[in-house]
Design a protein around this ligand. Structure first.
Ligand code: COA
Length: 173
């Protein structure tokens, strides 16, 4: 899949699947975009290789500038946004919104969820604009004692009128 950002002619943003070959790009992004919470190498390898994860990167002129990973949690019937980040020099151009939208259309659970630092108002504004609401607070969730805000979005499910229950279950995933 390639989505061109038609809002920015001359500087097209491509949203394409990420693979283990993006290890270096993702390490660089983690360091620059998550100074407090950068993942260790093993977590980065895991998010790029484990099954049942939707992983997409944003590229500008073939350069890795953003990433999103979404993991399905069957017990919650929810798709969790495990991470989303854009390189500082590329923020504020709509790339975060493009990644979020592209990840949402590639996943299917009834709920989308994520958690975000209480102080990260930029990210919370993006999520609110994209239809997420404050679901609960995890007190002192982060290693430095900061609270996490859990946000959720309900995904409209297709009408299931006249479908037997086995087929319904199939259509939810
Ligand atoms: C959160 C994050 C992913 C958002 O990415 P982004 O690419 O900056 O997001 P967007 O550009 O879509 O939106 C950010 C802002 O830019 C504005 N914007 C979007 N397109 C724009 C454009 N073409 N021109 C001007 N402004 C624009 C949006 O309105 C938004 O403004 P607001 O915060 O005042 O509402 C990014 O800030 C980031 O990587 N932060 C560090 C890591 C992080 O905190 N990740 C989230 C952890 S939960």
């Amino acid at each position: 899949m390639t989505l061109d950002n038609t809002d920015a002619p001359g500087s097209p943003v491509k949203i394409v699947p990420a693979t283990w070959r993006d290890l270096g790009g993702l390490q660089h992004l983690e360091k620059l975009s998550f100074p407090q919470d950068a993942w260790p190498l093993w977590d980065i390898i895991g998010i790029l290789t484990l099954p049942d994860i939707v992983r997409l990167k944003a590229e500008v002129d073939d350069r890795f500038v953003g990433f999103i990973a979404i993991e399905y949690k069957p017990k919650e019937e929810a798709d969790w946004i495990a991470t989303i980040g854009v390189l500082p020099g590329f923020q504020g151009r709509g790339i975060g919104a493009m990644l979020l939208n592209a990840g949402e259309v590639r996943t299917h659970a009834p709920f989308l969820r994520l958690c975000v630092r209480a102080s990260n108002l930029t990210a919370q504004r993006l999520y609110t604009r994209c239809g997420y609401y404050h679901m609960r607070t995890w007190v002192r969730y982060y290693h430095d004692g900061e609270d996490a805000i859990v946000m959720e979005k309900n995904r409209p499910q297709p009408a299931l009128v006249g479908v037997d229950s086995a087929s319904k279950a199939d259509r939810l995933r």
